[in-house]
Design a protein around this ligand. Sequence first.
Ligand code: ADP
Length: 485
Amino acid sequence: MNIKVPAPRRQKKKKPLKIYVWIYFMVLVICILLLLWVFQYFFLPKYYRAAKIREVTASANSLIEHFGNDDIQSYARKVTFNQNMFILITDSAGGDIVLENNMGNYSFFSNDKNGNFGKTLYQLRQQVEEEQVNITKIVRSDEFDLDEIFYCSSFQSGGETYYIYAEAPIEPIDSTVSIIREQLIYISVILFELAFIATVLISRQISRPIEDITETAKKFGEGDYDVEFKAEGYREIEELAGVLDKARGEVKKVTDLKKELIANISHDLRTPLTMVKAYAEMIRDLSGNNPEKREKHCQIIIDEADRLSNLVNSILELSKLESGTMELTLSSYSVNEQIESVLTRYTLMIEQDGYDISYIPDEERFIRADHDKLGQVLYNFINNAINYSGDEKHIKIRQINKPNVVRIEVEDNGQGIPKDKLSEVFDRYYRGGKVKRETVGTGLGLSICQEILKKHNFAFGVQSEEGKGSTFWFEADIDTKEDKR
Ligand code: ADP
């Protein structure tokens, strides 16, 4: 028969991390370069103009502040020299108070004053008087083929009105711009090359630990549980390696325990099966006609069959619980009644085998739980206490009422559990070292208890000291509605 296997859907192959790092880096570099180009190349002339205007205004203001000081002349000279300006301060009658010219014949104001009776200066002053504002103008000088800043404002000093005129050229910065452009080309090329090298180094730094972990994970996937995930590089890798190592540990533990379980189960299945066969043959060949012997042998067959069915039931139950298909049937009932009813089943044991099983109750409490499943937990804890109590046959079941929960403890004075094994007792398939045939188990009982208690959201645990005994406990939620009744 031909079975048609659907062809696996082709997934687009993703690019390696290196390429992504490279792309992001290049985008960043391009953004930086664009910003540089826009600001340096396109906005530079505008910035320069605005800065020059600020400079001229600030110089004029500093002169106004200085006005009246004895050193105003030398101060004005210094300012005009530094800023390559023309400065003139007149009184209201038009008489020069301060005049400094560092522009020589290029000064428009100076030429206007000398050759044109100061017509332009007068117009500026009129505008200031009429509009009551400071005047800042950019004027094109065709003669010298450059722009100039004209500034004029009035100010008061000692009750008199004075006028200040300032003139400064805006030198062309074309040559500066072309130098910057050239530099920008170099910077761009260098940045691209650096970015390329940096990308290769960074992506190698980032991807190498990931590649290492992937290699190790492949080996792990192929069944090598002794691999070690290297926590090298950076924190995220350290965390990933930690998580994978933990997962590896868990898988290894479960695989080892499963192997052990199969060995245990096959042993546990083989023994009763051999006994069933042997006793059946014995009844057929020898004891069939001897009612006393036959009954005894039949009982052995029944006990062994029970043992087999317990084993199979436990495995089935755990797999059901773990797959999450088991639903809880919650109801409200008295925990005291439940413990007492569980204990009635042990009366025979108490009488025949000399066990001392005592219940130390607290005030009656109603809990909300799945009655049958919680009963199973109680049975399991008590059975284990009996199985592992050794010669000390004292078992105590304690009820301790707390504000919102009832704590149930099952205490024995048996062999106890070694400290390093305490965290494993609830694990699937865990079985302590020396287990007698009479206490045949699967190592599944406590895992079933754990699944049931987890599903209830009940806290649970074990305290134990080797050679002194163990106390298994859980805390069931009190049914508050029932409690208020
Ligand atoms: P088993 O069927 O082997 O009893 P369990 O899951 O109930 O499986 O218990 C797992 C193991 O935990 C046991 O094999 C035993 O070694 C240990 N254990 C459980 N209860 C006790 C106890 N009260 N005292 C000492 N060891 C215990």
